[in-house]
Design a protein around this ligand. Structure first.
Ligand SMILES: [Zn+2]
Length: 79
């Protein structure tokens, strides 16, 4: 089961941010926090399972770009 990571769009948020949701891959992404009801957005997170599809070598083979959190400006940057 994949683990999705969400963060609140507005600050400050009442909940501990970010929070993780384990969901079926068929489930739609949450748009509201289940606890406080504020708008949330999904962020890239690790997947469970035998194969780490986010390993750098696998990403390049599959044509994905890896985004790494940039602590300087709080955003994400490509690597
Ligand atoms: Zn919340």
């Amino acid at each position: 089961m994949p683990i999705y990571e969400y963060k609140h769009k507005k600050k400050p948020d009442k909940c501990k941010d970010p929070f993780e949701v384990i969901a079926s891959i068929k489930d739609e992404a949450l748009s509201e926090c289940p606890r406080c009801g504020q708008q949330v957005e999904r962020v890239l997170s690790a997947f469970t399972g035998k194969v780490n599809i986010f390993a750098d070598s696998n990403l390049k083979e599959k044509g994905f770009t890896k985004l790494v959190k940039d602590n300087v400006n709080g955003g994400y940057r490509k690597v």
